[in-house]
Design a protein around this ligand. Structure first.
Ligand SMILES: Cc1cc2nc3c(=O)[nH]c(=O)nc-3n(C[C@H](O)[C@H](O)[C@H](O)COP(=O)(O)OP(=O)(O)OC[C@H]3O[C@@H](n4cnc5c(N)ncnc54)[C@H](O)[C@@H]3O)c2cc1C
Length: 588
């Protein structure tokens, strides 16, 4: 509408001029005649041309006297630019409108899910332990109408761990990366039960699970048993401390939401204590020294986020102490990010140097006290020396170890006695040596790295397997019923025989499920100063890249991986908010 009226005005301009100068019958360009001829641009343009015959000589001469217009009109270029911009604007406008429409629709369907039906009590009871990457990927793809599904986890939400380091500095608010598990279950076809509890023991003989409510508020019953026919274990892993004294007591871990909240509070506590009146300089240095142990993606991302926080926000708000802020990253191996290519490792290390993040490689932590880290450092000549590092905040991000429930389960299954890093599973994710138990994610050992990518692919694969198993049982039952009918009712059985043949063909196809195969999509890590590194699988090879563009890719990749549109919107809004107003430095 707006553009057509603009076209009309542009054309009406010279027309009005024509009318006044020539005293030609004004009716030609009166509003009514215009509106009558508004149907197309050519119709409007044609009008003045036909009227030109009625224009007096003097007027026409003034045009004729003008220098001849060159064949190549210079007006063309700006017009093309204007058209491009107009189309760009229209495309942006349309995409924005579609985006808003989609978000509204998604919010509506999220809040108004379809009716669920109660599961058939004669079907098998399937218990799922955990609400992490593996279990939630499994639940998302599982057809819950085939089983009586029970989910047990001490956490009633799914956590998007890759963005957890951003929560420690307030770049992202923690609720933006959480998705309530009841919301996920409410969108399944058939109802599934959820118990917020910790599974403390699986009795593989009796096929029962002992569960305990470990929350602050406990009812009269806070311990009970849940029987199962089939069990999927997706309990993840715990933080490894390697038995180093003082780690559990004095350091912060970075695995759960409460860890990120504790770190955020401690950072600000250190800053405010360092800014306290008459604080001794060496104490200010200690308080503002943040030490990160573990040079994997979690440790590197956290170090980068910390540096950004100080450079972008603390420096502006508390400039007198900001120059004394220091980050040290300790790694036992010869370099950080061992899963990345050599060039990206070098790029990360040089970026850290620019950001004044101190990297101590080949350094083993031996002891942690409430104020210092004692470590042994191996020099380039192979000589070992001891160092004591004073710290204000210590974050421990070194790797995984088994949860007690997994250890206990392994102890009950003789075939698991040689497994050290978790439940050994076969290529169909069946726990070796067990009956009706499967495992996914960090608690399972299938020969892959403990990552969210592996866990979610395993969960999705297992759901397909379970859906197929249910279909197989249904088909086998149908074939059995039809065959029994054939024996009882002799006569013309051509139709039944044909149906049985069709069902058997279907059954063979369903039973032919391929074993689990992990497809690596690549590795990504944020390294601070709006730079990221990426080793991405491309065709049959790998593409390695680092820098600001990779950072945009990192952001878009994580945004697209978020669990729901709601999470995506919240994370995007948090990023915008932090960019516009800075991170919130108030201490909770
Ligand atoms: C800070 C951080 C950043 C990361 N970034 C990335 C990344 O960028 N890319 C990537 O691929 N991977 C990343 N990872 C690794 C990834 O998060 C894990 O590999 C993944 O979470 C493993 O999934 P899981 O389902 O096995 O376990 P988790 O996701 O850890 O889930 C375990 C679940 O089991 C529950 N549970 C625990 N004990 C019990 C019990 N006794 N009974 C019942 N339930 C129990 C827990 O509450 C939880 O719900 C990151 C990890 C962290 C900590």
């Amino acid at each position: 509408m707006a553009s057509s009226s603009r076209v009309l005005n542009r054309l009406a301009g010279p027309a009005r001029q024509l009318g006044t100068r020539t005293n030609a019958p004004a009716a030609t360009f009166t509003t009514t005649s215009c509106s009558r001829h508004l149907t197309s641009r050519s119709a409007l343009v044609a009008k003045p041309r036909t009227r030109a015959t009625a224009i007096p000589r003097q007027f026409t001469r003034s045009y004729a006297d003008a220098p001849p217009t060159p064949a190549k009109t210079p007006v063309k270029k700006p017009r093309r630019i204007r058209t491009t911009f107009r189309w760009l604007w229209r495309a942006t406008y349309l995409s924005l409108l579609t985006g808003v429409g989609f978000v509204i629709y998604d919010g509506y369907t999220d809040r108004n899910p379809e009716e669920q039906f109660a599961p058939d009590p004669t079907k098998k009871t399937l218990v799922v332990l955990g609400t992490g990457w593996g279990s939630v990927a499994f639940l998302k793809k599982l057809d819950t109408s085939n089983y009586n599904v029970i989910v047990i986890s001490p956490r009633n939400y799914f956590l998007f761990t890759p963005l957890l380091p951003s929560c420690t500095t307030g770049n992202i608010e923690h609720r933006s990366i959480m998705e309530p598990v009841r919301q996920i279950l409410r969108h399944k076809k058939a109802h599934a039960k959820f118990y917020e509890a910790e599974a403390t023991r699986v009795d593989v003989e009796k096929k029962v699970i002992k569960i305990t409510d470990n929350s602050d508020i406990k009812g009269k019953v806070h311990e009970t048993e849940v029987p199962y026919d089939m069990l999927v274990v997706g309990v993840g892993a715990e933080n490894a401390t390697f038995g180093i004294p003082g780690v559990r007591e004095h350091s912060c871990f970075l695995k759960e939401i409460r860890d990120a909240q504790a770190i955020r509070t401690k950072i600000m506590d250190c800053v405010e204590t360092a800014a306290f009146k008459d604080q001794a300089p060496e104490e200010v240095d200690r308080l503002l020294h943040m030490v990160v142990v573990g040079g994997g993606p979690t440790g590197v991302e956290f170090a980068g986020e910390l540096r950004d926080f100080f450079d972008d926000d603390i420096q502006k708000l508390i400039p007198d102490i900001a120059p004394r802020f220091k980050v040290t990253l300790i790694e036992a191996l010869p370099n950080v990010l061992p899963m990345f290519s050599k060039q990206l490792i070098d790029y990360t290390e040089s970026t850290f140097k620019e950001e004044h993040i101190n990297i101590l490689t080949k350094t083993m932590v031996k002891k942690v006290t409430d104020r210092t880290v004692e470590a042994e450092i191996t020099g380039p000549d192979g000589k070992k020396s001891s160092i004591t590092i004073p710290y204000g905040l210590l974050v421990w991000a070194t790797g995984n170890t088994l949860r007690p429930i997994v250890k206990d389960l392994m102890a009950q299954i003789p075939a698991q006695k040689d497994s050290r890093r978790g439940l050994a599973v076969n290529e169909y994710l069946v726990v070796q040596g067990s009956r009706d138990i499967w495992a996914v994610g960090d608690c399972a050992v299938a020969g892959y790295a403990p990552t969210a990518q592996v866990a979610s692919q395993e969960g999705a694969f297992l759901a397909r397997l379970f859906n197929n198993m249910a279909k197989t049982q249904d088909l086998e039952q149908k074939i059995h019923d039809l065959s029994t009918g054939l024996n009882l009712k002799p006569g013309d059985t051509a139709a039944e025989t044909q149906e049985i043949a069709g069902l058997e063909k279907q059954l063979r196809r369903i039973k032919d499920i391929k074993p689990f195969h992990y497809s690596h999509q690549g590795s990504l890590a944020y390294i601070g100063s709006e730079k990221a590194v990426a080793d991405v699988a491309w065709l049959n090879g790998n593409v390695a890249s680092g820098g600001k563009l990779t950072y945009l890719f990192w952001r878009s990749a994580y945004l697209s991986m978020c669990f729901s549109t709601r999470n995506r919107v919240l994370v995007a809004l948090d990023w915008i908010k932090a960019k516009l107003y800075g991170r919130d430095i108030s201490r909770e």
